[in-house]
Ligand binder design. Structure first.
Ligand code: V55
Ligand code: FE
Length: 495
């Protein structure tokens, strides 16, 4: 009854939904604390059309922007497709016109030169502006109230990079957004653009540098003084792409690198440190400085976490045999040399979170997702193909771990963190939890969790009346931020 391939990319929690809907006053079980007041935006990839090729992957699904609007203990929800150029062209044609993931050589000739991005990875809020981002293109600006797409965002023509990361970093003190784009100069190019937007959302700097090889730079880091670029050996090759092959292949024998430069400095000041061979990471918990040292906490794998990137590189490793752990890399900026220290500080996992106020500073606690060994076979779905089913809290200073394990048939999406006004509290985590109730059928709930007492489980749950597809990343925006942005968009009219 479906044109979609019956692979893990289109079944389980990746079963296409593709419905734009909204509902007010969802049913709340328990009590949502009054101080949770704002919007939880979510990026939900969902393919509007069956793909051109049977081997299409979940990362290519059209971006949907979803919003939980929470106020006074009440919850409204809405979700809409991001109207990218690609989405609009395919919607008009009523079929897929764009071919394989990040491979324009496989497209229908009618869309040659058109914007291929699906804006499906992270909703980014900065300076009152909401962008839906994916690292292969520029972000698309979204109206935070209506979720309508306003258009591709290039800082009014100022940004020269062809790409914009799904993982910019915002300094909580200066309000600046630090970001980058790789393949900035075109498909499989070595060009990386490094940019800074000021607290008003104006582009104030853009510099380009070359990375050692064309790697997927998914995330990067800032501290108070530095910008940090990790280079892992999952690489693009133009000849392979031109032959219709996969964009990425993992090269297990190749070194990794970490580039560290003064965050307000010149890219020529980049210092390159040499890391272990074959490792990779998609996300970092945080980085901070301690004297001359820069510490960064990385969700490290001993290979690449994505099965199709391993396969393309001839790496023969089953998903359950992927090793790794939350790892602290420490760089002594006061000494010359290209080596650094590494130690494992927590279990393997991904989708890390810290309070926004700790960005680039010492983080006392962090949260991330992992696999519960007692949770039964993992639910299939999500970008990697297997879902997480346990939430962890880590205190890096003492290694203490707390866990919220979920039962069989359950999956947990990346949480957002909501700060608390009470200095005794750790704030709140909001996350969508899915429970399998049939083949490719799930009941989903929004969970509100006390971030300082995760093992106690949710303090409130919100049952979702419709099927939900797996989320990638989310972003919390406070009511104050939303109201300020609204006032800027709609200057006060005389009554
Ligand atoms: C990731 C996600 C993407 C992508 C590349 O989480 C990497 C990693 C949802 O799209 O295109
Ligand atoms: Fe990511």
């Amino acid at each position: 009854m479906t044109d979609f391939p019956q692979t893990v990319h289109f079944t389980g929690t990746n079963t296409p939904v593709g419905i734009e809907w909204s509902a007010s006053n969802l049913e709340v079980t328990g009590t949502i604390p009054e101080e949770i007041d704002g919007a939880f935006f979510r990026a939900v990839p969902d393919p509007a059309h069956a793909p051109m090729f049977e081997d299409e992957i979940a990362l290519s699904a059209d971006g949907m922007i979803a919003k939980f609007d929470i106020h006074g203990g009440h919850v409204d929800y809405a979700i809409k497709f991001v109207e990218t150029e690609r989405y609009a062209l395919e919607k008009a044609a009523r079929k897929a016109l764009f071919g394989r993931y990040r491979n324009p050589y496989t497209d229908d000739p009618s869309v040659a030169g058109k914007d291929r991005t699906v804006a499906n990875t992270t909703p980014v809020w900065h300076a009152g502006r909401l962008l839906m981002t994916k690292e292969d293109g520029l972000g698309y600006e979204i109206d935070p109230e209506t979720l309508e797409t306003l258009g591709r965002f290039d800082y009014y023509g100022a940004l020269k990079s062809q790409t914009f990361t799904a993982h910019p970093r915002i300094d909580p003190v200066t309000g600046e957004m630090f970001f980058f784009g790789y393949e900035a100069g075109g498909l499989a190019s070595l060009d990386v653009a490094y940019g800074i937007a000021d607290k008003h959302g104006n582009l104030v700097s853009e510099q380009w540098f070359k990375q050692p090889y064309c790697s997927t730079i998914h995330d990067f880091l800032i501290t108070e003084r530095y910008a940090i670029f990790p280079i892992f050996p999952t690489t693009a090759d133009l000849d392979r792409i031109a032959a219709g092959g996969p964009h990425w292949a993992h090269q297990q024998e190749l070194e990794s690198w970490v580039g560290i430069m003064p965050r307000y400095g010149k890219v020529e000041e980049m210092r390159w440190f040499k890391g272990p061979k074959g490792v990779s990471a998609f996300h970092f918990l945080n980085a901070y400085e301690e004297g001359d040292f820069v510490h960064l906490d990385v969700c490290l794998s001993d290979t690449c976490a994505f099965p199709f990137m391993r396969e393309a590189g001839g790496v023969d490793r089953a998903q359950q045999d992927v090793g790794g752990g939350l790892t602290r890399w420490s760089f002594d900026m006061g000494k010359p040399g290209e080596s650094f220290e590494s130690r494992v500080i927590g279990p393997p996992g991904d989708m890390p979170r810290i309070p926004d106020a700790s960005q680039g500073r010492l983080h006392r606690k962090g949260w991330y997702l992992t696999i519960n060994p007692q949770g039964g076979p993992p639910v299939l779905g999500g970008p990697v193909g297997v879902s997480f089913n346990m939430l962890l809290q880590i205190e890096p200073s003492n290694g203490r771990i707390e866990a919220l394990p979920l039962g069989p048939g359950m999956a947990i999406n990346e949480p957002v963190h909501v700060p608390s006004a009470d200095p005794e509290k750790e704030g709140w985590l909001l996350t969508v939890v899915d429970k399998q109730v049939g083949e490719n059928r799930f009941d989903s709930e929004l969970w509100v969790i006390d971030a300082g007492a995760i093992a106690a489980g949710p303090v409130a749950r919100v049952a979702m009346p419709m099927p939900m597809r797996a989320q990638v990343h989310g972003w919390w925006v406070s009511r104050q931020q939303l109201d300020q942005a609204k006032a800027r968009r709609e200057p006060a009219h005389a009554a």
